[in-house]
Design a protein around this ligand. Structure first.
Ligand SMILES: Nc1ncnc2c1ncn2[C@@H]1O[C@H](COP(=O)(O)OP(=O)(O)OP(=O)(O)O)[C@@H](O)[C@H]1O
Ligand SMILES: [Mg+2]
Length: 408
C-alpha cells in the first residue's frame, strides 16, 4: 500500500497543502506546533475513520471554515484509489471513492487504506485509562473487520438511549416494573451488538497475542513474557475465552497464564449472550442508582502482564516502551496478514521515546517495502540508516517550505 498524494484543504492549520510521495520514507520536519502531527492525523483518518486526538470533527476544520477536505491517491496491490473525504463542522461527512459518492461515509471509508500510527501518546496505552486501550482495540478492528464499525455504532446508540432512560428514571414517573421492561428492550439490543463486539475483540486478541509475545521476547532478549488479558464486565465462560479473568483473580494476581487452555471464541456465541444477559440483570439496581449503563464492552479493559505481573503497576518506563513497540509491530503484522496489504506506518515524533536499541529493533522488524512517514523537530535523534534515501518535507506554520532528498 502506498500513499502517492495527499491534499488537505482547510484541514487543521492547513488552508491548502499538497504532498507528493514517491520515496518509501518521508520525514516531516518542523518546529513545535507547525502542523507535523496534523498531516499524520489526516492520513490516519483515511485508515480508521477517526482522529486519534480530536473529540469532534469540528476540531479538524480550520478555524471559522465550514468544512475540511482530505484528498488522497493511494496505490494498492490491485488498484489506484482516489479518496475524497469532506469533514463538516456539523459532524456530517461526505465521501467519494474514485469519484463515486458513498452512502455511509464512515463505514465505506474503512477497508480501503490501512495505516499504523505510533506516537508518543501511545505510551499511555499501558498506564493510561481503560478508554485508551479500548480505543486502540477499536481503531485496529475498524481496519480489520468491516462489520465492526457498524456494530460499535449500533451498540453506542442503544447505550446512549439506555443511559438517558436511566438518568431520567426518577422524573419519568414510571413504575419500577415498567422501567425494568423498558431497560430490557435496550438491553436486548445491547446484548446483540455487544456480544458480537466482545467476540470480535476476543478473536482479535487471540490472534495478536502470540505475535506481540514473540516481539516482546525478542526485544527483551528472551527475558520477558508478555501477556494480553481481556478484562470484561461480563463474566466470560472459559470455553469462550480463556484469556479473561474475574476481578477477584486479577486482584489476587491469580493469572497462571501458562496453565490455561487455548480459547475458542467461535463456537459459543449463545453462551456469551446468556452471560451478558445475566450480568445486565444482576446490575439493574446498580445501573439505576448510578444512572448509567455499567456492563458491556464500553466498560471493559485490557491488561498487559510481564512475567505474570501487571505492567500497569510494575513495568519500568523502558519495559512500557517495549510493550508499546511490540504492540505496534504486531498491529502492523496482523493488518498485513488479514488484509493482504502492508499498511503505511506513521511515526509521530516517536524516535525521541525510543533509545538506540529499540529504534534498531523497530527498523529491523519492519517489512522491507513499507511506506513510512516520520515527524520530528530535528534529525539528530534518528538513526542514519533510517534517514538514507528519505524524502524530507519541511513544514512551517501550515506551509510546505522545502522539499529535498536526504543525502545522508
Ligand atoms: N482547527 C484548527 N484550525 C487551525 N489551526 C489549528 C486547528 N487545530 C489545530 N491547529 C493548530 O495546529 C498546530 C498544531 O499542529 P500539530 O499538532 O500538527 O503540530 P506539530 O508540528 O506536530 O507540533 P509538535 O512538534 O509540538 O508536536 C497548532 O498551532 C494549532 O493551533
Ligand atoms: Mg506533533
Amino acid at each position: 500500500m502506498f500513499l502517492k498524494k495527499l491534499k488537505l484543504v482547510n484541514y487543521r492549520n492547513y488552508l491548502d497543502f499538497e504532498g507528493k510521495f514517491d520515496h518509501l520514507k518521508t520525514i516531516i520536519i518542523g518546529q513545535n506546533a507547525q502542523g507535523k502531527t496534523n498531516i499524520l492525523e489526516a492520513i490516519n483518518i483515511l485508515a480508521t475513520a477517526h482522529s486519534n486526538r480530536a473529540e469532534r470533527d469540528n476540531d479538524l476544520v480550520y478555524w471559522n471554515k465550514e468544512h475540511a477536505l482530505i484528498f488522497a491517491t493511494v496505490q494498492t496491490q490491485n488498484s489506484n484509489l482516489e479518496i475524497a473525504l469532506q469533514i463538516n463542522t456539523t459532524g456530517r461527512r461526505k465521501l467519494k471513492i474514485n469519484d463515486v459518492p458513498k452512502k455511509a461515509p464512515q463505514a465505506d471509508l474503512l477497508g480501503n487504506f490501512f495505516a499504523v500510527m505510533f506516537s508518543c501518546e501511545d505510551m499511555y496505552l499501558i498506564k493510561g485509562s481503560p478508554s485508551i486501550r479500548r480505543n486502540w482495540i477499536d481503531s485496529v478492528l475498524f481496519q480489520l473487520d468491516s462489520k465492526y464499525h457498524r456494530l460499535t455504532q449500533d451498540y453506542q446508540k442503544s447505550t446512549t438511549q439506555k443511559n438517558s432512560l436511566l438518568k431520567q428514571s426518577f422524573e419519568s414517573g414510571l413504575s419500577r416494573k415498567a422501567l425494568k421492561e423498558q431497560v430490557e428492550i435496550w438491553n436486548n439490543q445491547i446484548i446483540n451488538s455487544g456480544s458480537e463486539i466482545l467476540a470480535t475483540r476476543l478473536k482479535f486478541l487471540e490472534d495478536i497475542r502470540p505475535i506481540t509475545r514473540d516481539f516482546q521476547k525478542n526485544i527483551s532478549k528472551q527475558n520477558e513474557n508478555l501477556d494480553l488479558i481481556y478484562k470484561s464486565t461480563v463474566q466470560l465462560p472459559d470455553c469462550v475465552i480463556a484469556r479473561s479473568f474475574s476481578d477477584e483473580a486479577i486482584s489476587q494476581k491469580q493469572y497462571r497464564s501458562n496453565e490455561i487452555a487455548s480459547p475458542s471464541v467461535r463456537n459459543d456465541k449463545e453462551t456469551l449472550k446468556s452471560r451478558f444477559k445475566k450480568a445486565l440483570d444482576e446490575s439493574f439496581e446498580a445501573e439505576l442508582a448510578r444512572g448509567q449503563s455499567l456492563i458491556g464492552p464500553h466498560r471493559d479493559d485490557l491488561l498487559f502482564l510481564i512475567n505474570d505481573k501487571e505492567a500497569k503497576s510494575f513495568a519500568s518506563q523502558g519495559q512500557q516502551r517495549s510493550i508499546v513497540l511490540a504492540l505496534k509491530l504486531a498491529e502492523l503484522k496482523i493488518i498485513e496478514k488479514r488484509r493482504g496489504e502492508i499498511p503505511v506506518l506513521l511515526l509521530d515524533d516517536v524516535f525521541a521515546e525510543l533509545d538506540e536499541s529499540r529504534q534498531d529493533f523497530l527498523l529491523h522488524n519492519l517489512p522491507k517495502d513499507i511506506q513510512t512517514f516520520l515527524t520530528t523537530t530535528h534529525l539528530s535523534g534518528i538513526q542514519k540508516e533510517f534517514l538514507r534515501g528519505a524524502q524530507i518535507l519541511e513544514i512551517r506554520n501550515g506551509q510546505l517550505v522545502e522539499s529535498a532528498e536526504c543525502g545522508v
